[in-house]
Design a protein around this ligand. Structure first.
Ligand code: Z5A
Ligand code: MG
Length: 208
C-alpha cells in the first residue's frame, strides 16, 4: 500500500491559505486522488469549540492555556490522520503546529516551550509557506474580525515564521502569495504533485 502525503499550508492572516488549500484539495479530488482537507483549529471537537469561543472574544483564557488547547486539538486528530495516511489518503491541512508557535511566540511565550508540545505530532512532507507583505493583505476580505488580526501583531507573527524557517528542519516551500489566485495555485499545484510522488517512498515520521 502506498501512503498518502501530508501537506500543510502556513502563513500570516489573509495570505490565502484556506483558498489555496481548498483549490488543491478540489483539484486532487477531481483527479480521483484519495484526499482529505483539514483545518486547524478543528472547531468541531469539544476542544475546538472552546478555541472558537476564545477566538471570537466570547471567552478569556491565559496565553499558555490557549496554546495548550491549540496543540491538544492537533493531538486529538493524530492517530486518525496516521491511519488514513498509511492507507493512502493525502492530507491537505490549513494551518498546523507552525501557526501554534508563530502566534504564541508573537504574544511573548517562550519559543522552546511552545514547540515542545508539537514534538511527536506527524511531520509534514511539505509546508507551503504563503509569503506576502502584511500591508498588502489588509484590503483582503474580513481583515480585523478576529482576535489576532491587528497590523502590529501580524508583523510579529511574520518574524516568528521567518525564525522558524531557519530553526525547524522541515521541507518549507516558500510561495509568493501576491498575484491572482490562479497564478499562485499554478505554482502550488506543480510543486504538490512532485511532493506527493516523492512522499510515497518515505516513512511516516514525527516532528522532533
Ligand atoms: N491559531 C493559533 O493561534 N494557534 C494555532 O495553533 C492555530 C491557529 C492552528 C484562526 O485561524 C486563528 O487561530 C488565526 C491563527 C490562530 N489567527 N487569526 N486571526 P483560521 O485559520 O481560522 O483563520 P482564518 O479566519 O481562516 O483566516 P486566515 O487563515 O488568516 O486567512 P487565509 O486562510 O490565509 O486566507 P483566505 O481565507 O484564503 O483569504 C482571505 C481573503 O483574501 C478572502 O476574502 C479571499 O477571497 C481573499 N484572497 C485570497 N487569495 C487572494 C489573492 N491571491 N488575491 C486577492 N485576494 C485573495
Ligand atoms: Mg484560513
Amino acid at each position: 500500500m502506498r501512503r498518502g502525503a501530508l501537506i500543510m499550508f502556513e502563513g500570516c492572516d489573509r495570505t490565502g491559505k484556506s483558498t489555496q488549500s481548498r483549490l488543491l484539495y478540489n483539484t486532487l479530488l477531481q483527479e480521483n486522488h484519495p484526499v482529505k482537507h483539514m483545518s486547524f483549529p478543528a472547531r468541531e471537537s469539544t476542544i475546538g469549540q472552546v478555541i472558537n469561543s476564545y477566538l471570537t472574544n466570547q471567552q478569556e483564557l491565559s496565553d499558555e492555556t490557549i496554546h495548550l488547547l491549540f496543540s491538544a486539538n492537533r493531538w486529538e486528530y493524530k492517530n486518525e490522520m496516521k491511519k488514513l495516511l498509511e492507507a493512502g489518503t493525502t492530507f491537505i491541512v490549513d494551518r498546523y503546529s507552525y501557526s501554534g508557535v508563530a502566534y504564541s511566540v508573537a504574544k511573548g511565550l517562550n519559543y522552546d516551550w511552545c514547540i515542545s508540545m508539537e514534538k511527536g505530532l506527524l511531520r509534514p512532507d511539505a509546508v507551503f509557506y504563503l509569503n506576502a507583505p502584511i500591508e498588502q493583505l489588509q484590503d483582503r476580505g474580513n481583515f480585523g474580525d478576529e482576535r489576532y488580526e491587528k497590523l502590529q501583531f501580524q508583523r510579529k507573527v511574520l518574524s516568528v515564521y521567518e525564525e522558524m524557517m531557519t530553526k525547524e528542519n522541515i521541507n518549507w516551500v516558500n510561495i509568493d502569495a501576491v498575484g491572482t489566485k490562479e497564478s499562485i495555485f499554478e505554482n502550488i499545484y506543480k510543486q504538490a504533485k512532485t511532493i506527493i510522488k516523492e512522499s510515497v517512498e518515505k516513512p511516516i515520521d514525527v516532528i522532533t
